[in-house]
Design a protein around this ligand. Structure first.
Ligand code: BEZ
Ligand code: FE
Length: 284
């Protein structure tokens, strides 16, 4: 057996894996070992700290259920999810942002101009824009899947007795790639902080609030789908969102509703305010 020390062990562990040379798995494993070992060396990690970290991960597993994935939340508050979103945004396309835990794959289909808010109280807002490709061509029939919290910062899916499909819907852009609908302006809300990730936030003197946002997945045939969020300028937590989801390009201006500027579209409900946002998709 060859002798190893705290420096040579990294190469020894890397060599112990017989992954296919040049494969993606090889790269991911080799880099993981490099960085995890470097972390221990650079911090002079103690046994107590090492054990605390492993117990923290154990606790994340213990609290996780099919509806609550504490490891995703951990990735979110560490900015890790944001880095993955940033790396995977294609040049010229709308920037990606958090999927979050409240996405449902089978939202109801809605017609353009529909109102998602129903009887919910709050500011009624027109969301309007166009879906284009990176060359500026409209994408007719693009699919706009949206979901959001209500005017008090709660997702219907979080509340007993509410229809989990409320405040969400799937729209299809018209022949010019345009979409429009009304909804209620969402409020900020906290990420779950009653588990180990909440303990981490408290230990770091951090809050758990997300800036108010609308979630979207936008897709079209032959194009790379984007998962993203829209935020509102000058609103609370826009500069310190708990999961680092805000990008400058995803901040919209909330304006008073301008009926004459929107005379060309039919709306189920007359809104109080409006936001315009165009989505840009890159080729697949
Ligand atoms: C959300 O946007 O719904 C969300 C994102 C990350 C963590 C928790 C919630
Ligand atoms: Fe959300």
């Amino acid at each position: 057996m060859s002798d190893v020390n705290q420096f040579t062990i990294t190469e020894a562990v890397k060599k112990s894996f017989a992954t296919e040379p040049g494969s993606r798995l090889e790269l991911l494993l080799q880099k993981l070992i490099d960085h995890v070992h470097a972390y221990a060396r650079e911090t002079n990690l103690t046994h107590d700290e090492w054990m605390a970290a492993l117990n923290f991960l154990y606790d994340c597993g213990k609290i996780s259920t099919p509806d609550r994935h504490e490891f995703i939340l951990l990735s979110d508050v560490l900015g890790f999810s944001a880095i993955v979103d940033m790396i995977n945004t294609r040049g010229g396309a709308t920037e990606g942002s958090n999927l979050g835990p409240f996405y449902l794959p089978e939202s109801p289909d809605k017609t353009l101009g529909a109102d998602l808010a129903g009887p919910r109280s709050g500011v009624s807002v027109l969301c309007r824009g166009q879906v284009r490709d990176t060359l500026g061509h409209p994408i007719p029939g693009a699919v706009i899947d949206t979901w959001q919290a209500d005017g008090s910062g709660t997702y219907p899916i979080q509340e007993e007795g509410q229809d989990k499909y409320d405040l969400r819907g799937i729209f299809r852009a018209d022949e010019n790639g345009n979409y429009w609908y009304t909804t209620v302006l969402p409020k900020p809300y906290t990420v779950p902080y009653d588990g180990p990730v909440g303990d981490l936030l408290r230990a770091g003197n951090r809050h758990a609030w997300r800036a108010a946002h609308l979630h979207y997945i936008v897709r079209a045939e032959g194009m790379r789908a984007i998962t993203t969020e829209l935020f509102f300028a000058n609103t609370e937590y826009i500069d310190n969102d708990a999961v680092f989801g805000v990008r400058k390009s995803l901040i919209t201006e909330l304006q008073p509703y301008d009926a004459s500027a929107n005379a060309d579209i039919q709306l189920q409900r007359k809104p109080d305010a409006q936001v315009y946002f165009d989505f840009v998709l890159a080729p697949a």
